[in-house]
Design a protein around this ligand. Structure first.
Ligand code: GUN
Ligand code: ZN
Length: 484
């Protein structure tokens, strides 16, 4: 029953893959809707009909419930919930982080999760608050790691147990946790205690801790972002290499009268119209939805629809190789998401190692695009070009006598030989009129070419429009002017 993960397609550090638990499989990236047995706005059976392959519920609620405990033990979760897909159970750690205490031990919750037939069990990890100091974080991480070891020792290496990565806000502790979780053999690894970061829009910190965990987790580990519910951040998280999300947001937002969209949310009272193609939105006006008796359920259905559609869009973006474009688009919905996106661009050397070779296209979407993985990789690979003694880089296609090689120029990438005109990224790169940011980035490419070819004399030919920019970026380089 061990958990296996296979990456089938990738873009940036994002993967489209297949998670296998026993005979069941889940296509990733995937959303696991959170089910509360006491409060089912949408039933697991309806979720299945909406294409949901896995859900998550809280074992602690079942274990403490007079109504459900014995039933779950007697007939199992799948029958009780009427869901034949993958059911993941959480341990009660969330209650631990909110109430400070739970009346259950690590081995008790794992045994209970096993006994109710859960497909993925979660140990009693400690979700350390991002406000905790280093000493507390380190102490709590040690307890979490102890419990993960205990889980392995008691239940064996084949038990379908998740290995949460904790470590609070400290990058080195997240790195340590990722390494130790992988060394213990866990192949399903949630990144934990990020809910408070997301609730306070601290996406820059989210990027920092997720990237730290990813640095040391085994590349083959399936990574779950614990408690990530807003669809606007799924693309960003996927680009970092997160494969699974679980969301109570669809229901919590619905209870609160909030309407999700892929780039933000509205209070239902703010909507003049319903900008969505789902069945609820096409059969109600905004006013009807606002005043409906079953408003909560209708909102939950809509919110789920939007959330699942975003997952599908991300999978398509990975297939096309356009995940960066989607991240760029989504992260402009909120200034703090944009801060998270820019922080992610600071990790481009790490992401580049995972990025694929060829993509359907590269759409330039402003200065952030200059920092993408494809630009970094292209400029590094310029060192591989075989060049003669005298090389002209021509911005405007003008040709000149006396050069061994003539290269063209395409910002933000830089110089390219005619043979690469049609290939990725030069060919399928769609850029608007040149702007200073992209030309400056292209000059980085020229510099990289010059640095890696010290025996070549590189001469530039550019128009008067760009000469000042080029002179500033490449002060020592020769500029050639066509004779009048
Ligand atoms: N739900 C949200 N965050 C966490 C976490 O860090 N650990 C567990 N077990 N459940 C969570
Ligand atoms: Zn809708």
């Amino acid at each position: 029953m061990a958990i296996a993960f296979e990456s089938l397609d990738s873009d940036c550090a994002g993967r489209a893959g297949k998670l296998t638990i026993g005979k069941k499989t889940v296509r990733t990236p995937a959303l696991l809707p959170v089910i509360n047995p006491h409060l089912q706005l949408v039933t697991p059976k309806e979720l299945r009909q909406m294409g949901v392959e896995a859900l998550i519920t809280n074992a602690y609620i079942f274990s403490q419930s007079q109504q459900y405990r014995e039933l779950a033990l007697a007939e199992g979760l799948h029958k009780l919930l009427d869901f034949d897909g993958v059911i993941m159970t959480d341990s009660g750690s969330f209650q631990l982080s909110v109430y400070g205490q739970v009346s259950i031990t690590n081995t008790e919750t794992l045994s209970f999760q096993r006994d109710i037939g859960s497909d993925i069990w979660v140990p009693l990890d400690i979700p350390t608050s991002p406000a905790s100091d280093r000493e507390t974080t380190e102490r709590e991480l040690a307890v979490t790691m102890q419990r993960l070891k205990e889980a392995r020792d008691v239940f064996g290496s084949d038990a379908p147990i998740a290995g949460p990565v904790q470590g609070g806000i400290f990058e080195d502790l997240r790195e340590r946790a990722g390494r130790e979780v992988s060394d213990l053999g866990f192949s399903f690894c949630p990144v934990g205690a990020v809910v408070p970061l997301m609730e306070s829009y601290r996406y820059r910190d989210l990027v920092s801790v997720v990237m730290a965990a990813k640095r040391t987790l085994a590349p083959s580990a399936c990574v779950h972002l614990f408690g990530a519910g807003h669809p606007a951040m799924f693309a960003l998280a996927t680009a970092m290499g997160c494969d699974l999300f679980d969301s109570a947001a669809y229901a919590l937002y619905a209870k609160d009268g909030r309407y999700l969209t892929s780039h933000g949310s509205y209070r239902i009272g703010e909507l003049a119209d319903l900008p969505c193609a789902c069945a609820v939105c096409r059969s109600h006006t905004a006013e009807e939805l606002r005043t409906a008796n079953d408003r909560e359920r209708l909102l939950a259905l809509h919110n789920l629809h939007v959330t699942l559609a975003e997952i599908a869009r991300i999978r398509q973006a990975i297939a096309d190789g356009t995940l960066w474009e989607l991240v760029d688009e989504r992260c402009r919905g909120h200034p703090q998401l944009l801060a998270g996106y820019r922080a992610l661009l600071g990790h481009v050397p790490a992401l580049e190692a995972h990025d694929r070779v060829s993509k359907r296209r590269f759409f330039y979407r402003g200065s952030e695009s200059c920092r993408r993985t494809e630009v970094l990789r292209y400029q590094r690979q310029l060192s591989r070009l075989n060049l003669g003694k005298n090389v002209l880089v021509s911005f405007d296609g003008s040709r000149a006598e006396g050069f061994d090689d003539i290269l063209h120029f395409k910002p933000p990438f830089g110089p390219y030989p005619a043979e690469l005109r049609e290939t990725f990224p030069i060919g399928p790169c769609e850029i608007p009129e040149w702007d200073e940011d992209m030309v400056r980035q292209g000059c980085v490419g020229i510099k990289s070419l010059a640095d890696s070819h010290p025996d070549s004399r590189i001469v530039l030919s550019c128009s008067h429009r760009w000469e000042p920019v080029v002179r500033k970026e490449l002060a020592t380089m020769e500029i050639w002017h066509a004779p009048l």
